[in-house]
Design a protein around this ligand. Structure first.
Ligand SMILES: Nc1ncnc2c1ncn2[C@@H]1O[C@H](COP(=O)(O)OP(=O)(O)OP(=O)(O)O)[C@@H](O)[C@H]1O
Ligand SMILES: O=C(O)[C@H](O)COP(=O)(O)O
Length: 474
């Protein structure tokens, strides 16, 4: 952010009446081809803003961080005369296997809208559209024009669309997608993408840029700048990749493997790796995923970068943590062909082995995506991991991901609060996105960011063609 320089009319004699304080934002450098929100003409424009407010679980917000970091963009849009229509996805309501879309109130944007209304003291309207069973919403019908009329007339502060993944076209690649994108584009004059965490090229994150002048929001810009520190890490570099989103995270793993000095796996990703490596089977781990993990096992045979957490927790039921129904098993005792129940956590003792301690204590950069165990019952491994990582006071520590941040906050509230202000920590809104950047080797190669750059070139409003060709100061 450039310092505020008062104009002549703000000087009375020798007295200065306007001044700015340091906003604490460091100078950041972005690809000059990226069109920035600051350069968009927003006056009286309806602005379609895509955010990643995917923070709702069972209808409740667990950690509002992902919302808070987009407030600056909302403020910027409104302050410069823009009228916002906001949209986010929540959860994964489309089941790829059964090809059905389930709309549950628990995945609605209502909790987010209530939070924003409390925080900003402005009114948001949430339009309702016709829902087809198992297929979701097919059309944005023209009833929304009433709301847009009120938005332009400033009777409401903003419109918040229903969960983007409730629309049949969001994840589709054919006619449904085209129809949805055209309807979305028809609502607004300008598109702003502030959803760093939503890297998947869907209708509302990617295809929309074909139809509207598009810009990167302020949260997106900050995250793209910081991701360089993970891309060009100080070594030794340790990455922890865990959680449940095996389908979107296994791809990046083989590339990340090349960049790290050590890789620690947890969650379903670790289970799948163990099944492939030791030829054992665990409940809930798909055969097709085990096949995919074999490449990683082969890769590790020579380089041995994957640091095994030896003690893991097996349970008979996924319903909770019930005495007598879960136990610790040791990877070193595995025998080929063995079959286990659900493996749902890493035993905290795994973080006390000399090898794991040494790797975590000597690291200069640590990146953590996701949690070690199935939440909320099996939090013990994650808690110990957070503690072990914090013991390293010299490393740069990066945490990224919706659940990652939520659990960090609920397990270690004091540490989480300190991390927000610490130069040694940075919290990314998207963990999967950082993995994708590590895979691509370039933050501006993310499909959603590339789409903004291409849009800037198409409409001639990239920074290069616009205000500045020098690196941008935020
Ligand atoms: N062993 C396990 N079995 C089942 N679920 C697990 C297991 N380990 C972790 N999980 C679940 O994984 C989820 C977190 O993984 P996920 O990949 O969504 O991470 P994230 O932090 O949200 O990152 P991102 O922002 O990239 O999605 C949690 O809901 C947790 O309960
Ligand atoms: O929570 C996340 O990681 C982001 O919101 C992206 O969600 P997705 O992996 O379901 O696209």
């Amino acid at each position: 952010m450039a310092p505020y320089v008062p104009g002549d009319n703000l000087h009375y004699g020798n007295m200065k009446v306007g001044y700015s304080v340091d906003d604490g934002q460091e100078t950041t450098y972005l690809d000059p081809r990226l069109p920035l929100l600051q350069h968009a003409d927003l006056k009286d424009k309806v602005v379609l803003l895509r955010v990643d407010h995917n923070v709702v679980k069972k209808g409740k917000i667990l950690d509002q961080y992902r919302i808070d970091v987009t407030l600056a963009t909302m403020y910027n849009i409104i302050e410069r005369g823009g009228r916002p229509i906001i949209m986010t996805h929540i959860g994964r309501p489309y089941d790829k296997k059964t090809k059905t879309l389930t709309i549950k109130q628990d995945d609605s944007v209502d909790a987010v809208v209530a939070y924003l209304q409390r925080k900003l003291r402005i009114k948001f309207a949430v339009p309702q559209f016709h829902v087809t069973e198992k297929e979701g919403i097919h059309d944005i019908d023209t009833s929304i024009n009433w709301l847009i009329h009120d938005l332009r007339a400033r009777k409401i502060g903003g419109i918040y669309l229903p969960n983007t993944r409730w629309f049949a076209g969001e994840e589709d690649k054919g006619v449904n997608m085209e129809r949805f994108v055209v309807q979305l584009a028809g609502l607004a004059d300008v598109f702003v993408n502030d959803a760093f965490g939503s890297w998947q090229p869907h209708a509302s994150t990617y295809h929309i840029t074909k139809y509207l002048p598009s810009y990167a929001g302020l949260c997106m810009q900050a995250e793209l700048s910081h991701v360089r520190e993970v891309l060009e890490p100080k070594h030794p570099f340790v990455a922890v990749v865990a959680g449940s989103k095996y389908d979107t995270k296994i791809g990046p793993l083989t590339e990340i493997y090349k960049k790290v000095d050590n890789l620690i796996l947890g969650g379903i990703i670790y289970n799948t790796f163990l099944c492939a490596k030791y030829n054992v089977r665990m409940k809930g781990v798909e055969e097709s995923d085990i096949e995919l993990a074999k490449g990683l096992v082969e890769q590790d045979k020579l380089q041995k970068k994957i640091l095994e957490l030896p003690m893991i927790v097996e349970t008979d039921t996924l319903a909770g943590r019930f005495e007598g129904q879960f136990r610790t098993i040791n990877v070193n005792d595995f025998k080929e062909g063995q079959e286990f129940g659900y493996v749902v956590d890493v035993d905290p003792a795994s973080f006390e082995t000399p090898e794991v301690r040494q790797v975590l204590e000597s690291a200069k950069t640590i990146f953590v995506n996701a949690v070690m165990g199935m939440m909320p019952a099996f939090w013990h491994g994650t808690s110990k991991m957070d503690e072990a990582i914090d013991r390293n006071t010299t490393a740069q520590k990066f945490f990224g991901g919706g659940d990652t941040l939520q659990e960090f906050k609920s397990l270690w509230p004091g540490l989480y609060q300190a991390a927000l202000d610490s130069a040694k920590y940075y919290l990314f809104t998207g963990g999967g996105t950082v993995l994708k950047v590590l895979e691509e080797g370039d933050p501006f190669g993310l499909p959603t960011v590339r789409a903004l750059i291409e849009n800037g070139e198409q409409y001639g409003h990239s920074q290069e063609n616009g205000r500045s060709s020098s690196p941008t100061r935020m």
